[in-house]
Design a protein. Structure first.
Length: 425
């Protein structure tokens, strides 16, 4: 028996050593890339203007500004399945912000996901994407942040559950899901395509929402769509030619949607409305076009959904009556809408996704597209939660998902009830 245990111990030790050797071999080692010169992060007008533009492109304000708080002073709560995190202070305050940071510290955070104190950062800060940012862009962004007025606002401690609050667990997560590296340039592609890839995959961190995450919060990458944890919105696949995918959209329509939040083919609501309002509307026409070119070039990374069974006759009959009463005045009896004021429902692929959560939330809670320079006074949708019960809401959603050429499955009262108490934001 002693020999058996001794042999088992040797086997376990060998397995442990093999695991350690493997981990060392594949561990995402920190990379360092020096700046071209101290002028790269100097407070010159050119650096500051470039950094401000890059901050817009990355929507940095979205996570680093509390509701009603000072811009970039941190404090915004970021809820995750593992607990709550808080966006840190990015102003140049020496005690609570980035005032004591160097340009190398800042680049190390963006590229390697490591803080100035050497601690590993949580990937709610999307360093899995910002690792692709060039050193020159990181330095310009740092120069702009240093130009902000310092705000003395201590960072709030994260409130994560055990074991997610440990550096050991975070190190294991990084071992599985993070590799530092800049965005590669595809020499076979035109400059616009490469610029679009850099913005979509890097600063824009689009797949942070538009991809499915597993139980550990890891993403397989790609833009195949997924339910955004906690918030209860579905970020659609951007690569498919069905659903809300962009595979068959014209580039000008995509540019219009990104710049204004509305287009002849639909409008954005929920988290995407915030991204358009705070970030995308400020990007240049060539950059928006580059993003559109890149997105429309991507092949689907999963199979198209099979045709759905149509809703039952009872749901269609009730839904049709409710549509005529509550919806037809704005969206038209034919479902074609009214220009950019009221989006079309006929042929609106955002309505016919297999996952109907977005349609449910809009019907229950209402909402507005973003207010942008190209659409400063958006028309909104009133909330119908006080007017329609679960069965009625399910029926009218089922009706619009199966009318005017739309073909999607029936929505149930149970699905509606699941999101009735979830706030719009």
């Amino acid at each position: 028996m002693k020999r058996v245990f001794a042999r088992l111990g040797i086997v376990l030790l060998a397995l442990l050593l093999a695991l350690v050797a493997w981990a060392v071999a594949v561990w995402p080692r920190a990379e360092f890339m020096p700046a071209r010169s101290p002028q790269a992060w100097a407070s010159t007008p050119d650096n500051i203007a470039r950094g401000a533009y890059l901050a817009r492109a990355g929507d940095c304000i979205g996570c680093h500004t509390a509701r009603g708080g000072t811009a970039y002073a941190g404090g915004r709560a970021l809820d995750t399945p593992f607990g709550r995190l808080y966006g840190p202070n990015l102003t140049p305050d020496p005690a609570t912000g980035l005032g004591a940071w160097s340009a190398d510290d800042f680049w190390n955070a963006l590229h390697n996901g490591i803080g100035r104190d050497g601690r590993l950062l949580y990937p709610a800060f999307p360093y899995t994407h910002t690792t692709r940012v060039t050193r020159d862009d990181a330095d310009a962004l740092f120069a702009w942040l240093r130009s902000l007025a310092p705000v003395r606002q201590p960072n709030r401690p994260h409130a994560l559950r055990f074991p997610y609050d440990s550096q050991l667990a975070l190190a294991g997560w990084r071992l599985l899901y993070f590799r530092p590296g800049v965005q590669p340039v595809d020499q076979a592609r035109p400059a616009a395509w490469n610029r679009g890839a850099y913005l979509v995959e890097g600063l824009g961190h689009c797949s942070a929402c538009h991809s499915t995450r597993n139980l550990l919060g890891g993403s397989g990458g790609g833009l195949s769509g997924g339910l955004i944890p906690v918030s209860g919105w579905y970020a659609p696949a951007l690569t498919l030619r069905s659903g809300a995918g962009l595979g068959e959209w014209d580039v000008p329509h995509i540019v219009q949607l990104l710049r204004t939040g509305v287009s002849s083919q639909g409008a954005v609501y929920g988290p995407m409305a915030e991204v358009v309002q705070q970030s995308l509307q400020y990007l240049s026409e060539p950059d928006l076009r580059a993003m559109a070119v890149y997105l429309t070039s991507l092949p689907p990374d999963r199979d198209e959904a099979p045709p759905a069974a149509p809703p039952g006759e009872a749901a269609l009959k009730l839904g049709g009556k409710l549509y005529d009463k509550h919806c037809a005045d704005c969206h038209g009896a034919n479902g074609r809408g009214n220009g950019n004021m009221y989006p079309p429902l006929a042929g609106n692929r955002a309505l016919t996704m297999a996952e109907p959560v977005n349609a449910i939330r809009i019907v229950l809670s209402g909402g507005f597209p973003p207010s942008t320079a190209g659409n400063p006074r958006p028309y909104g949708m009133p909330p119908f939660s006080p007017v329609l019960n679960d069965t009625e809401a399910a029926a009218v959603i089922s009706y619009v998902r199966a009318s005017w050429g739309n073909a999607a499955s029936e929505v149930t009262a149970a699905q509606v009830n699941r999101y009735r108490a979830v706030p719009l934001d």
